[in-house]
Design a protein around this ligand. Structure first.
Ligand SMILES: Nc1ncnc2c1ncn2[C@@H]1O[C@H](COP(=O)(O)OP(=O)(O)O)[C@@H](O)[C@H]1O
Ligand SMILES: CC(C)(COP(=O)(O)O)[C@@H](O)C(=O)NCCC(=O)O
Length: 307
């Protein structure tokens, strides 16, 4: 493979799957069955061949980071706040960010040196529907203007400064809104995974971005036809499950036929998520430290790692 002029090393999945002289971590059949709880569809080969080696690689970065932090703090005679190693995960709606994030959270927490791994999704920082409605941008959910970016910047800079017990708002896909009565407490984890479509975005009007606080970043990439198909499949699955709940914002979609659901999902994809992918998400791809390229059935084809 030719890497000339590319800032990335490119590894195909067979290379990535080779066992290497890295701190070992393996999964028993039983542990894998437990992991299935995160996502029924994920294949064991995929975990063994790609996600496990990726977790091992991240383990190297995390231990080196914590080592350097402690050396630096004593060199500079600084108090030693417990600042987590922060991993950002970006990519389109429906490309598999939350599945990857939950998988990595589970795998990374198996090392005693960094057993506390917290996961935060940026949808908690979306403006509530009443604000989006007042701004007239209800059909722009997921676009940069739909997030309270100051709140997100405040959270990420506070956690990187070692502040304990931070409160994070929670978004419900069922209610399609921020929950008034629920928050998530993030209390000095060893690793924080921040997952969301916008985490690598930059605003040229501001001096700092969310990604300034990242120690590692991952962009999950796939051809748009595949992502669109996964979005529609997930919508069909939700029609049969979550949308059946009368409290679901999309309960009105529960009675759609398969064809109608297909048309509705295709329309939402085209008018909101595909547009957002082209305008705001895809342009952030090359800002990532690692790009995971998926093919059919979410099979990882290759991985690009910054040199
Ligand atoms: N590795 C995977 N293998 C099989 N299916 C997957 C995988 N990752 C995600 N999916 C499926 O793809 C859809 C989108 O995944 P999700 O993690 O919800 O995406 P995102 O958080 O990017 O919106 C879901 O239906 C999920 O079950
Ligand atoms: C909530 C989302 C913006 C994703 O946000 P993220 O967790 O990546 O910050 C997205 O799932 C969404 O709802 N998009 C709006 C169009 C739609 O209903 O699919």
């Amino acid at each position: 493979m030719d890497n000339t002029y590319s800032p990335y090393f490119k590894f195909d999945r067979s290379f990535w799957a080779l066992s290497r002289d890295l701190p070992t971590l393996s999964l028993s059949e039983e542990e894998f069955e437990k992991l299935k709880g995160l996502n029924e569809k994920i294949a064991i080969e995929e975990v063994a061949d790609v996600y496990l080696p990726l977790a091992r690689l991240l383990h190297l970065y995390v231990t080196a980071y914590h080592h350097l932090q402690s050396k630096m703090n004593s060199f500079l005679n600084l108090p030693a706040p417990k600042a987590p190693f922060i991993i950002g995960i970006a990519g389109s709606v429906a490309v598999g960010k939350s599945t990857t994030a939950r998988l990595l959270q589970n795998l990374l927490s198996r090392w005693n040196e960094h057993a506390k791994v917290d996961l935060v999704t940026t949808d908690g920082f979306l403006y509530p529907n009443r604000v989006l409605e007042a701004k007239g941008i209800m059909n722009k959910k997921g676009f940069p203007e739909s997030y309270d970016i100051n709140k997100l910047m405040h959270f990420i800079s506070s956690i990187k400064s070692g502040e304990p017990a931070l409160e994070v708002p929670v978004y419900s896909h069922l209610a399609y809104d921020i929950l008034d009565d629920q928050t998530l407490i993030v209390d000095q984890p060893d690793i924080l995974i921040l997952e969301g479509i916008n985490v690598l975005q930059v605003n040229t009007q501001e001096p700092f971005f969310v990604s300034d606080f990242f120690d590692f970043s991952i962009y999950i990439d796939a051809d748009e036809d595949n992502i669109r198909e996964w979005y529609i499949e997930r919508f069909q699955m939700l029609r049969d499950t979550a949308f059946q709940n009368p409290r679901s914002y999309f309960h009105k979609y529960a009675s759609l036929t398969e064809t109608e659901a297909n048309d509705t999902a295709s329309r939402i994809w085209r008018d909101i998520n595909a547009m957002n992918l082209h305008e705001n998400i895809m342009p952030t791809k090359e800002r990532a430290k690692l790009i995971i390229k998926k093919g059919n059935n979410h099979m990882i084809e290759h991985v690009l790692l910054r040199k």
